[in-house]
Write a protein that binds this ligand. Structure first.
Ligand code: ASP
Ligand code: MG
Length: 369
């Protein structure tokens, strides 16, 4: 099989972990697979680089920011290639540009427009493991671009699609996709299997475990994803094209948001806008890098296939939310696969737990309609 394996920042946080990743990759190679590896920056590197930029300039330019933060992934790719050599596995590292990841010009939140993985194919044909720096590409005007926070997932998925890979495995310190954040929500359970539609609804509403662009690309191309823990060989969640049951599967809270008034809308870039209406917009603050307009808010999204389009389910969610908050949320919306409630940041955790407990129960399984 041809596998793309992406390793997140916590999985490559130090040299010992990079060696562990090298052994995991070596095991897949020994099992007879062709493997393309995509890596994130080590641990907290991207945040540290962003902090340096803010120390040196009040409003660092986005082009230079991309030059700076694309470095994190390059450090990892070279170290992992060295670690693989050391264990006798031929490997070669490639930047996003060398891997043929072509993007638009939107620095710090660029979109992939084309993938020409000629060098990756050649490396595979030569019997090597290509190691690709995630999170970055090159624009048609030959500028280095980055794909937005969490963008290494996107690198992995677009390469999997372009190479016709059998599976794209996203490895992190979390064992798969859960019905809510297991660190904060008692009763959250791991979802063994998920449809790409459900995963996309989770990602769109801020489930940090999945990058929205990556899942959207997988959804469009029908790529099978596997979310795994780097340190475990079983478990995880398989995400594939299928028609899911119409039932709630997850509650997703996102606290890194701002509510920006209609008057302030000119201050935010389109890729950062989560939802917009005559009232203004809900903006994802993670890719703003500088301007921080609006007031901090959170969303709590209840996700389930076709549930947002079902009036009875919508009513159920609104009643439960009102019971928890003491009043109906002022701002909310429903898409086909989710009902999204906008709340004060300080109410988010309480509402997240309440919705998960009330809808998904102690077992994490929603009651039949
Ligand atoms: N290193 C980048 C980030 O921290 C990209 C990634 O990890 O996917 O957002
Ligand atoms: Mg990530």
């Amino acid at each position: 099989m041809l596998l793309v394996q992406k390793y997140g920042g916590s999985s490559v946080a130090d040299v010992a972990k990079i060696r562990q990743v090298a052994s995991r990759v070596a095991r897949s190679v020994a099992a007879g697979h062709q493997v393309v590896v995509v890596v994130s920056a080590m641990g907290n590197t991207t945040n540290e680089l962003l902090a340096l930029a803010r120390d040196v300039a009040k409003t660092p330019g986005r082009r230079e920011l991309d030059m700076l933060i694309s470095v994190g992934e390059r450090v990892t790719m070279a170290l992992l290639a060295m670690a693989l050599h050391d264990s006798g596995v031929p490997a070669r590292s490639f930047t996003g540009s060398q891997s043929g990841i072509i993007t638009d010009d939107a620095h710090a939140s660029a979109r992939v427009v084309e993938v020409r993985p000629d060098r990756i194919k050649a490396s595979l044909a030569a019997g090597e493991v290509p190691i690709v720096a995630g999170f970055q590409g090159v624009s048609r005007s030959r500028e280095v671009t980055t794909l937005g926070r969490g963008g290494s997932d996107t690198t992995a998925v677009v390469l999997a699609a372009a190479l016709g890979a059998d599976e794209c495995e996203l490895c992190s310190d979390v064992d798969g996709i859960w019905s809510a954040d297991p660190r904060g929500v008692p009763g959250a359970v791991r979802l063994g299997e998920l449809s790409l539609d459900e995963a996309l609804a989770m990602a769109r509403n801020g489930a940090r475990i999945l990058s929205e662009d990556a899942v959207a690309w997988a959804h469009r191309e029908g790529i099978t994803l596997r979310a795994s823990a780097t340190g475990k060989s079983d478990g995880g969640t398989v995400i594939r094209a299928m028609v899911p049951e119409a039932r709630f599967v997850a509650v997703v809270a996102d606290v890194q948001l701002a509510l920006v008034s209609a008057a302030e809308m000119g201050l935010v870039e389109t890729p950062c806008i989560r939802a917009a209406g005559p009232w203004g917009a809900i903006v994802d603050c993670r890719n703003l890098h500088g301007t921080e307009p609006g007031v901090g808010v959170a969303t709590v999204a209840v996700v389930g296939a076709r549930c947002g389009a079902d009036p009875a389910r919508l009513k159920e969610v609104m009643c439960l939310a009102s019971a928890c908050l003491g009043e109906a949320p002022e701002l909310w919306w429903a898409s086909t696969d989710a009902v999204v409630l906008v709340v004060k940041s300080s109410d988010a955790t309480r509402l997240e737990r309440h919705m998960h407990f009330s809808i998904l129960g102690r077992s994490g399984i929603s009651a039949p309609p």
